[in-house]
Write a protein that binds this ligand. Structure first.
Ligand code: GRG
Length: 319
């Protein structure tokens, strides 16, 4: 499957990003000027590709419905996802984690506001994300469905998602250590299992949730939901492999953060485990698999174009 030639992806991204940013700004206490609110806005409104929000909106639009507007249905959820993402970047950059000075071409949150405020701004964004999804979603979404989506977002952020993935990542790097070692297995097999587990939890879970939530809120049936959720998983893995490759090939200007940090920290990455060539081959396979899943949904090709383009973008991006 390819995106239709008439589809203008640049224009699509610009209009959806603008809608997300306008709505996010409304949710982030625009009248409050205290330090905490400034720190929250600095990260949540401070640029970024908005890939997760775009995935949520484009999944909602792909499913569509006669009786409700996909954008109005999914915008609060798309904003909630960006809040969780911003929180995770703030915490990830802290000195006790990856200790980064730059993110999105600017100083990291703790470099501007100090560690304590950065930590608390992240905490506040996390809980605001759940509040936003629960309170700001439109009335036409049935409460049991909304509750399911809120619960899933909480789960994705938690011990089986972002937090758990971060712990495994820090353990693999030796930044923290296990109280008692697990059962012995061959080092290569252990590394490849661990790497997939880290990628799925730390990065994949929120990307999968982005696609799943947009489609769920529009009432997609189980068959379509299953295919789109698998598409979200494929995209999540592809995104992270591309990210690992960009850490080797990218430059600071395009990336907006310091490249080469994975290698310097001795991180377990797709490139360190399988090398560049194998990583590229895997990306080709994932791109084909993702597109084939979209075809199988039977949804109109034109309504799937944004998801096709977002998959291509996640893989071929320069930042
Ligand atoms: C406290 C609930 C809680 C969670 C925090 C710190 C942490 C646990 C998890 C780290 C998660 C993390 C930072 C994963 C990295 C994912 C990744 C590759 C981020 C970069 O995403 P892009 O490129 O960023 O989409 P932009 O800037 O474009 O938004």
């Amino acid at each position: 499957m390819t995106a239709g030639t008439a589809f203008d992806f640049q224009q699509y991204v610009a209009s959806r990003r603008a809608a997300v940013e306008e709505r996010l700004a409304q949710y982030l206490f625009p009248d409050d000027q205290e330090l905490l609110f400034q720190a929250m806005r600095y990260s949540a409104l401070g640029g970024g590709k908005r890939l997760r929000a775009l995935l949520c909106l484009s999944a909602a639009e792909a499913v569509g419905a006669f009786d409700c507007d996909p954008l109005q249905t999914a915008l609060p959820c798309a904003c909630a996802i960006e809040m969780v993402h911003a929180m995770s970047l703030i915490h990830d950059d802290l000195p006790c984690m990856d200790d980064d000075d730059y993110r999105r071409g600017r100083l990291t949150n703790h470099k501007v506001f100090g560690e304590a405020t950065a930590l608390l701004a992240g905490d506040a964004l996390l809980v605001l994300s759940l509040e936003t999804l629960a309170r700001r979603s439109p009335d036409w979404i049935k409460p049991p469905l909304l509750l399911k989506v809120v619960a899933e977002l909480a789960a994705v952020a938690g011990a089986k998602g972002l937090v758990g993935g971060q712990v495994d990542d820090l353990l693999a790097t030796g930044a923290i250590s296990q109280a008692s070692p697990g059962p012995a297995s061959s080092p290569a097999a252990a590394s490849s299992c661990l790497l997939e587990k880290i990628h799925q939890a730390k990065t994949g879970a929120l990307l999968r949730f982005s696609v799943w939530s947009g489609a769920s809120l529009m009432g997609a049936d189980d068959r379509i939901l299953g295919l789109l959720t698998r598409f979200g998983e494929i995209l999540g893995l592809a995104f992270q492999i591309a990210d690992d490759m960009l850490d080797v090939t990218g430059d600071i200007k395009a990336l907006g953060k310091t490249p080469g940090k994975d290698q310097a920290a001795g991180k377990l990455t797709w490139v360190s485990l399988y090398g560049m060539e194998k990583s590229k081959e895997t990306l080709v396979k994932l791109e084909n698999e993702g597109k084939s899943l979209l075809s199988k949904t039977g949804l109109a090709e034109t309504s799937l174009s944004p998801l096709v383009c977002l998959l291509e973008y996640a893989i071929h991006r320069m930042n």
